[in-house]
Ligand binder design. Structure first.
Ligand code: FAD
Length: 440
């Protein structure tokens, strides 16, 4: 006898990235019945550690983690996971005024410091408690009215200092700093005690030993949620007493509440009835800044460890050595616009790398284009001007039985794995309070 799958639950969670699996775990541990619907055939969402044709497992999505990220670090400790330090570099290349420069890390740091320090000065005043965004300070609101490049132009820097700082923020936004809120550098620095060097360290210095797949398993541990992979949600219909969730095969699941963890740029791909508030819809239409790519490259021969930066008019804003493999080297690169670099085309990626290093010959490349992927539509969420002042509070506001969770909607490390955990756990906490209060 076959059993048809259960079609009712206390909570349906849509999406099995870190927000979805942390919410589902906390809710199910509290004794609630949870069904998690995930369109992909795996958990982990925008993190994906898998074997690569380049010859070793690689992280195709979210990678770098740090103990300064509280929700992430709590999971690392609770599950006895360790960090793996990233390799160091001997030299830095950068493009300035259309020309390639190279020097020691110290020389490059002296050039980039004024822009980085200028953009992050006053971070602790702007975001005095960065894990509680509200109420937002006057200085954060003022910065959020400007783009990163507007703000750089106000700092009295030289053209060279502006250009190298722009390159760094093009990498951080995985897009154009012209489109990024000047409040975001302040917010990130505030999360790091005002120290911009620590922001850089959090962005690059450590990975999860054994890969983010281990973190996915760890966060999922102890969950009794009913996980349904390869199940794409198309519609969410909420009434006074329940929510009906419809999937692409026409099946429905009903629940008392739903947690939607879709990234902002694809939020409008689900049909909501009643529609999400105008504020949420407009924020999703406007979207966030990241529209880039991450690409792994296998290059011939051993290459002296380096890192390279370029402004966002170039197809790669960063590239650097990462691993040695046999007699070859594996490099990592990021580009700001997925439509300007075909990351499956080894010759196109090699030509982009040649902007700094025409001597390097690529053998193969490996990547997943998250921006083109209809289940993500972006890489890591980075705010446009006005997002923090006018959109984020509305995105965080539940509407009846429907609430959003996800890294894109977090208070603290929004855009990072830590933000996904924060937001998923917060959504679960609120629902546990609400549902168990009703039951009492
Ligand atoms: C290339 C890249 C590099 C990154 N680097 C870092 C880094 O170094 N450090 C760091 O901390 N973060 C990094 N990030 C960001 C980090 O990976 C994400 O912020 C985080 O993983 C997002 O988790 P989430 O649960 O909020 O969203 P997601 O992981 O996107 O989860 C949402 C889930 O919803 C599913 N879904 C979408 N539509 C539907 C539907 N209709 N029905 C059912 N399911 C659906 C998706 O398949 C997905 O699994 C990076 C991201 C990328 C892409």
């Amino acid at each position: 006898m076959t059993h048809s799958p259960t079609t009712t639950a206390d909570v349906v969670v849509i999406g099995g990235g870190f927000a979805g699996i942390s919410a589902a775990r906390d809710l199910s541990r509290a004794g609630l019945e949870v069904i998690l619907l995930e369109a992909r055939d795996r958990l982990g969402g925008r993190t994906w550690y898998r074997d690569s044709p380049l010859g070793r497992p690689l992280e195709l999505g979210g990678t770098f983690v740090h103990w300064i990220q509280p929700h992430l670090w709590a999971e690392m400790v609770a599950h006895d996971l360790e960090l793996e330090p990233s390799p160091g570099v001997d030299e830095v290349y950068w493009i300035m005024g259309g020309k390639v420069h190279s020097d020691s890390v110290e020389e490059y740091s002296a050039l980039v410091s004024p822009g980085m320090a200028g953009l992050t000065e006053g971070a602790r005043d702007a975001f005095p408690m960065p894990h509680q965004l509200f109420p937002m300070s006057e200085s954060a609101l003022a910065a959020d009215a400007l783009s990163v490049t507007d703000r750089l132009d106000q700092l009295g820097l030289t053209a060279e200092q502006i250009e190298v700082a722009r390159s760094r923020w093009a990498l951080s936004f995985n897009g154009s700093p012209e489109e990024g809120s000047a409040a975001q550098p302040l917010r990130l620095a505030a999360l790091c005690g005002g120290n911009w060097q620590l922001v850089s360290e959090a962005n690059r210095a450590y990975t999860v030993a054994g890969g983010t797949g281990r973190l996915v398993e760890a966060v999922h541990e102890g969950s009794t949620a009913d996980i349904r992979l390869s199940t794409t949600v198309t519609a969410v219909k909420a009434s006074e007493h329940q929510v009906k969730v419809t999937t692409s095969d026409g099946a429905t699941v009903t629940a008392r509440h739903v947690v939607v963890t879709l990234p902002l740029d694809i939020l409008n791909t689900i049909e909501f009835d009643p529609p999400l508030s105008e504020g949420k819809q407009t924020a999703a239409e406007r979207g966030q800044v990241s529209s880039g790519v991450k690409v792994w490259m296998r290059a011939k021969g051993r290459i002296r460890p380096f890192i390279a930066f370029a402004p966002d008019e170039y197809p790669l804003t960063m590239a650097g050595t990462e691993y040695e493999i046999g007699d070859d080297t594996i490099l990592l690169g990021f580009g700001p616009h997925s439509d300007k670099l075909d990351v499956t085309d080894v010759k196109a990626v090699e030509a982009a790398l040649h902007q700094w290093r025409p001597d390097i010959e690529l053998i193969a490349v490996d990547a997943h284009d998250w921006t083109a992927d209809p289940l993500s539509g972006e890489t890591w969420a980075m705010p446009r001007p006005g997002h923090l002042s006018t959109e984020i509070a509305e995105l965080q506001r539940p509407e009846g039985r429907v609430r959003l969770a996800g890294s894109d909607y977090a208070h603290g490390w929004a855009g990072y794995i830590d933000g996904a955990l924060e937001s998923g756990r917060r959504a679960a906490r609120h629902l546990i309070d609400e549902l168990t209060r009703v039951a009492r």
